[in-house]
Design a protein around this ligand. Structure first.
Ligand SMILES: CCCCCCCCCCCCCCCC(=O)SCCNC(=O)CCNC(=O)[C@H](O)C(C)(C)COP(=O)(O)OP(=O)(O)OC[C@H]1O[C@@H](n2cnc3c(N)ncnc32)[C@H](O)[C@@H]1OP(=O)(O)O
Length: 272
């Protein structure tokens, strides 16, 4: 099922109180799965989609913190619950939860803010010299090894090796995009897509092993300006530390015009 069809299955947010909204969703098919759970990008993206229904449109997403608390089962309905924690003149902060069978599986704290005039201007954002690819690079679809959700994305890996290849590297450089273009590319699509990269450390494994993102911080440093139907986004990730079964990674995401659109940090649990 295409991402836009999945998003469209979300019910309109019903107001439970002045600060609480709830949407329902009939459940995710297993072809959006990553092992026993739903792909983290789609669950974080669905919460963003629900948030977008209630946030004032004068404010843009600034920071998005996600915790993947427990597995999301396939073909099982869930609720998307949004609570406004505070709205001021400039900023609004929300809590978003994906609740399945009365348990919180994914929890988000999101921070939206209006752009303001400021005398402070610093720009030390990184640049890259990767050329936009003509097409995706081949990644084998191996049953029980390549996660099901992976069929919805295309990657062009420029540096780093494919997962489980006993690589010495702990970084990836490259490009990503949807295999089937979304009707309109929105921040929901960006949130969904960034998580499709293999965690950089799994290229070091000799054999397949379960890996799960447990915590994810995204900072949206500039608003999206999408000018193409299905743009490539640049991605560079490095592992800062991997020890005791946890890896800590830091990534930069560029649009196809070399503008940094997001900075991303993840804590990843590896069960090797
Ligand atoms: C050669 C070419 C290849 C090409 C290939 C290309 C692409 C390759 C891309 C990869 C791309 C991935 C990257 C996506 C990133 C997300 O989308 S991950 C999905 C989002 N994250 C989640 O859903 C995590 C939700 N949280 C949790 O499930 C739990 O809190 C945690 C993180 C597993 C914590 O573990 P815990 O407290 O020990 O929990 P518990 O329920 O007891 O489970 C532990 C067991 O789960 C297993 N487990 C952990 N994660 C999973 C999983 N996803 N599925 C199944 N079992 C799992 C562990 O191995 C462990 O097993 P045992 O050792 O007990 O047998």
């Amino acid at each position: 099922m295409h991402i836009d069809q999945l998003l469209a299955l979300t019910s309109e947010a019903s107001e439970q109180s002045a600060i609480l909204w709830q949407s329902t969703h009939p459940g995710l098919p297993s072809n959006w799965g990553q092992g026993r759970t739903a792909f983290g990008g789609i669950t974080a993206g669905l919460i963003y989609h629900a948030l977008n229904q209630v946030v004032d449109n004068d404010r843009n997403i600034r920071a998005y913190h996600v915790n993947f608390i427990g597995p999301v089962s396939f073909d099982t309905p869930f609720e998307l619950v949004i609570e406004e924690l505070r709205t001021g003149r400039n900023m609004s902060q929300y809590l978003g939860k994906l609740v399945q069978n009365d348990r919180v599986c994914v929890c988000v704290q999101a921070c939206f803010g209006v752009g303001r005039k400021s005398k402070i201007h610093v720009d030390k954002l990184p640049e890259h010299n990767m050329a936009i690819p003509k097409k995706a690079k081949f990644i084998p679809q191996i049953p029980k090894v390549t996660p099901n959700f992976f069929r919805h994305f295309e990657l062009a890996i420029e540096q780093g090796q494919i997962p489980f290849s006993w690589s010495k590297h702990s970084h990836y450089h490259g490009w990503m995009r949807f295999k089937q273009p979304p009707a309109t590319f929105t921040p929901t699509h960006l949130v969904t897509m960034i998580d499709c990269w293999p965690p950089a450390i799994i290229q070091q494994l000799k054999l397949p092993a379960p890996v799960s993102t447990v915590s994810w911080d995204i900072e949206f440093v500039q608003p999206l300006e999408v000018t193409e139907e299905n743009p490539w986004f640049g991605y560079q990730v490095d592992t800062k530390l991997a020890v005791d079964g946890y890896a800590h990674t830091e990534a930069t995401i560029w649009d196809n015009k070399q503008r940094v659109v997001a900075l991303s940090r993840q804590t990843i649990a590896v069960f090797d």
